[in-house]
Design a protein around this ligand. Sequence first.
Ligand SMILES: *Cc1c(COP(=O)(O)O)cnc(C)c1O
Length: 380
Amino acid sequence: MIPLSVPHLGGNEWTYVKECLDTAWISSAGTFVDRFEEAVAGYTGAGHAVACVNGTAALQVALELVGVTAGEEVLVPTVTFVATVNAVAYLGARPVFMDADPFYNLDVEKTREFLDRQTEMRGAACVNRATGRRIAAILPVHVFGNAADLDALLPACQERGIAVVEDAAESLGTVYADGRHTGTLGAVGCLSFNGNKIITTGGGGMILTDDPALADRARYLTTQAKDDPVRYVHDAVGYNFRLTNLAAALGVAQMEQLPDFLERKREHWLAYRDAIAGIDGLELADVPKGARNNHWMDPLRIDAARYGQDREELMARLGSKGIQTRPLWLPNHLQRPFRDHQAHRIERALELHEQTLMLPCSAGLTAEQRETVVGELRHG
Ligand SMILES: *Cc1c(COP(=O)(O)O)cnc(C)c1O
């Protein structure tokens, strides 16, 4: 059995978790939470990092931090894990769906066209002409670790007072050519440490921001909005979204191994790319120039006519050999809860969905396992 993406616990995980157990510091306070936040802030260059219970909660709080309220709209890519879109719905706000570019990311060109042609400024608010609602924020996602082209998007948002929240759940370790990390360009960035991500805490997330006031607010909201923690005074509706020290202990151990994981992931990508280049009808998806990719996932593109099998057939055949693969998410504008929402000229997303299959890419994947995968792909 070759799994798609599983955790690699090869460092100080046991030592740090044992320290939590030995000292009974296992809950929502403790030195590992601070150490984990410092490690992530230091690594990414974010001014502040606030640990959360998971990436979805981080996104929900991030949207609240930038002022998204019920009835307003948030522009989202249709190609993303549903958590991105659900976070918008939790606030009672409405997602408006944008198409994908060739790297599975938000199509910045089309999004700018949407802003130019379909919105207008009413006072300080950017209003969607079709719905009459304010567009409060945009939520670009660095899909599979591919750096979204934010430099081309940020000015159009700034001009219109649209807040940018980055979903960097999949892109820890992805760095633009000038050294900036994904998740640190928008007002707020969100990370995930779910079990299948590049590093894991079992479950966990992080809010990144350079704004100290937003960081304070994030800490406040994620810990039940305690205005007087002794006398139980709460001036806002908060959440129980803090990460436990036990989970953070895993996070500290995983951060120590991140450079090694990035190297292994890059090795997988290079090896797959070279081997698959010789197979007619198959291609490893290209990655954006201008950034060093974390290669979290390795998406395979299938030209069914040339290859002789489509995505479903290939997935079934690999599965029968114990090789786990996954298709691209069903585009979110087609998901039942969001079908009646506006979707702007979605075209490429549907094609990507048809043609994509994710290959096994765990940090612990061996060269021999990679060759098994490629061998099966060749026997199409
Ligand atoms: C994993 C993921 C999330 C959600 O993170 P959790 O920690 O699982 O809640 C959000 N967005 C994207 C793009 C993800 O891949």
